[in-house]
Design a protein around this ligand. Structure first.
Ligand SMILES: Cc1cc2nc3c(=O)[nH]c(=O)nc-3n(C[C@H](O)[C@H](O)[C@H](O)COP(=O)(O)OP(=O)(O)OC[C@H]3O[C@@H](n4cnc5c(N)ncnc54)[C@H](O)[C@@H]3O)c2cc1C
Length: 415
């Protein structure tokens, strides 16, 4: 595949952009693969990419029921940070954040990683204590993050209202090298690199059944026929329990809608990401000028990927308290995705009761930021059959053994 470069842009500009190749092939499924990955979201594609890059396994199909990146990966608000509380979480999220730093060069695709800084406002004494504790834990874990006072918050975000009608800003947990990236480009970059390594990405191919013999996975049934596999990785976010049902095991996961919206575009007003978790709203500004806004997850289980009016009202009300100047903006679009929530708000990267079948799920409202780290760790798990150091704490057995990785402060509401 030809590399993208400034020279290539100049060459194509001179010939009216007629020479660009397709970024990935669209092959028909083969009869059998060494590894099948279900789900062409960021996590599934990153798993395929690192299986090829780190472990030399390329006889892989990534099966996607819709279009690649069309699940949560293309619907999220792209916040990237790694300041989680527990050691196991900080390790995998920091691995991911550090891989984002060089992702554009690694994938030869501009993923627009923008380390503009992410702040989580402390608006109650309990929240402040929680974030101070996180900042101390991060110092021990080698994750760069600070607790900053209100005056510094105001300096970084001049449009913020520090006193608030309900909650004052008491400070914030601030990660200066956190930020955002273009979510579609992350999926496209991995897809292009995987296709270039000879892997098959098969869109409009829904997995409808899983075949097994003597406790081992042997094949998947799909809307495009039966496809045999040596190993199977399920990486389908909000649809994980449906896939686990097909394989005959249960997961401690609930699927709930999470919504977001964008305003009309305005001139640059805010150049960091702000999360106000007590009032339930967060906001950043896209390169097009739109304010990208999200809030809490819906309070009911559903597989419906769409927005709702009550959510706009609740989230915008929370943000108008925090940023009064947005009160006169028009909201342009809203949408929803289905996220997969575990009880301890931590992910699952695990072997399953079915031999040769692995699962990556439970990233809930915060799995965009972890895509490269998760793919790295999942590839290790699938290739070796046992988890490496990044994934070892995230096995399914923790729910049976009571070894929870409690991230309710870092991920219960925040993204
Ligand atoms: C509104 C919203 C805002 C968010 N904001 C953030 C944020 O700011 N920061 C952050 O870090 N995270 C955020 N997240 C969470 C993040 O988007 C997800 O954790 C992450 O994208 C999950 O990626 P994935 O690859 O696991 O899943 P997905 O991208 O959902 O991919 C799974 C794929 O599996 C496919 N699939 C499902 N069933 C089948 C089947 N039977 N056969 C074949 N294919 C199937 C789906 O079509 C889908 O494309 C947000 C999520 C939402 C919805």
């Amino acid at each position: 595949m030809r590399r993208y470069s400034a020279f290539a842009i100049a060459r194509e500009a001179a010939r009216y952009h007629t020479g660009w190749e397709r970024a990935w092939r669209s092959p028909a499924p083969k009869k059998e693969y060494d590894v099948i990955i279900i789900g062409a979201g960021g996590h599934g594609l990153a798993t395929a990419y690192y299986l090829g890059k780190n472990h030399g396994i390329t006889n892989i199909a990534v099966l996607e029921k819709g279009w690649l990146g069309g699940g949560n990966t293309g619907r999220n608000t792209t916040i990237i940070r790694s300041n989680y509380l527990q050691d196991a979480s900080a390790a995998i999220y920091e691995k991911a954040r550090s891989l984002y730093e060089t992702m554009s060069q690694d994938l030869n695709m501009n993923v627009m990683f923008s380390p503009r800084g992410v702040m989580m406002l402390a608006q109650t004494e309990a929240e402040k204590r929680g974030y101070l504790r996180t900042a101390h834990a991060n110092a021990l874990q080698g994750v760069q993050t600070d607790f900053i006072p209100p005056a510094r918050v105001k300096e970084l975000v001049p449009i913020i209202n520090l006193t608030g009608p309900r909650y004052p800003v008491l400070g914030a947990l601030w990660q200066a090298r956190g930020g955002t990236a273009r979510h579609d480009a992350v999926a496209w970059g991995y897809a292009r690199a995987c296709s270039d390594m000879g892997m098959d990405i098969i869109q409009k191919c829904e997995v409808t059944g899983i075949e097994q013999a003597a406790g081992q996975v042997t094949a998947v049934q799909t809307t495009r026929g039966r496809i045999g596999c040596g190993k199977l990785a399920m990486v389908v976010a909000g649809h994980s329990t449906a896939l686990a049902d097909m394989a005959g095991f249960r997961l401690p996961i609930e699927s709930v809608p999470l919504q977001a919206l964008v305003s009309e575009p305005i001139k640059p007003a805010i150049n960091v990401v702000v999360m106000a978790n007590t009032v339930h709203g967060y906001m950043s500004q896209s390169d097009k000028g739109e304010l990208v806004i999200g809030g809490g997850a819906d309070g009911y289980n559903s597989y419906t990927q769409r927005g709702s009016f009550h959510h706009v009202e609740e989230t915008v009300r929370a943000l108008v308290e925090t940023f009064p100047m947005i009160s006169r903006l028009k909201m342009m679009r809203q949408w929803g995705g289905i996220v997969d929530m575990t009880g301890d708000r931590s992910p699952i990267l695990s072997r399953t009761p079915l031999g040769g079948c692995f699962i990556n799920a439970g990233w809930g409202t915060g799995g965009f930021k972890s895509i490269p780290g998760s793919g790295w760790a999942m590839a290790e798990l699938v290739a070796n059959g046992t988890p490496g150091s990044l994934a070892s704490a995230f096995g399914l057995e923790r729910f049976r053994e009571g070894r929870f990785i409690d991230e309710s402060v870092a991920a219960g509401v925040a993204h």
